[in-house]
Design a protein around this ligand. Structure first.
Ligand code: SF4
Length: 232
């Protein structure tokens, strides 16, 4: 019997699950493209992608949930998808969409209100007055704008202590979006090489930031391939 594409795809999933070989998720999360692309490719290939479970991320999730409950008046946690070709999809979740605008909420703990600049490692972390959106936040919001076909978004930075906030506009930047999509394409190419039994040494790593690699589950792999200095 002929089935619609969605049902055929679903049937394949059931068969794969029953055979103990779940299908590779051909999805790339927007948030995974701002960091080590090799890690993203390996996470997809080995099916280990897991958004951060740090205490900071947990507090952020709780506050996002609370905001959606109490504020209302916008669509919260909006799933976003963008077809990349070859069955791959770029996926994400915008914090909120209000009319033509995409909103991202960031809850930050600041070091010390009223502290001097020299007491703070980074001026942006000193207090809300000095806060600025990070490069990653801007490129992720820009990605949601491109995926949703919107022109402007806003990043809200909240001080976790007291929930005062500041708002930063972000206008859609087509070139930045294209560069972001290129990263996704490099990840796809890497996953396809992994499927062919090759290791994509060429994919972007994190330079020499060993502190990132030290907490990465793929450290033993990279240590044996081309990052000897990561060996215990
Ligand atoms: S160990 Fe470092 S280079 Fe290798 S995947 Fe992890 S973060 Fe990337």
């Amino acid at each position: 019997m002929e089935y619609p594409d969605e049902i055929s795809e679903f049937n394949e999933r059931i068969k794969s699950a029953v055979s103990g070989k779940p299908l590779l998720e051909r999805r790339i999360w927007v948030t995974s493209l701002s960091h080590c692309l090799r890690k993203t490719a390996l996470s997809i290939y080995l099916n280990t992608y897991n958004p951060s479970k740090s205490w900071e991320a947990r507090i952020g999730s709780a506050l996002h949930g609370w905001l959606g409950e109490v504020v209302k008046g916008a669509e919260f946690e909006v799933p976003v998808e963008y077809k990349l070709g070859n069955g791959w999809t770029l996926v994400g979740k915008a914090d909120a969409v209000k009319g033509d605008y995409v909103l991202e909420f960031k809850f930050k703990g600041f070091e010390k209100k009223g502290g001097t600049e020299s007491e703070s490692r980074n001026k942006k972390n000193r207090d809300l007055d000095h806060a600025e959106p990070s490069k990653e936040w801007v490129e992720q919001l820009n990605a949601y704008l491109g995926m949703l076909g919107k022109e402007r978004g806003y990043i809200y930075i909240f001080d976790r202590n007291g929930l005062e906030f500041r708002i930063f506009p972000v206008d859609f930047d087509e070139r930045l979006f294209r560069r972001f999509i290129k990263r996704a394409e490099r990840v796809i190419e890497s996953v396809e090489e992994l499927e062919e039994g090759k290791f994509p040494k060429w994919i972007g790593t994190v330079g020499n930031r060993n502190w990132v690699c030290n907490s990465c589950i793929f450290r033993p792999i990279c240590a044996s391939i081309d990052r000897e200095w990561l060996k215990p």
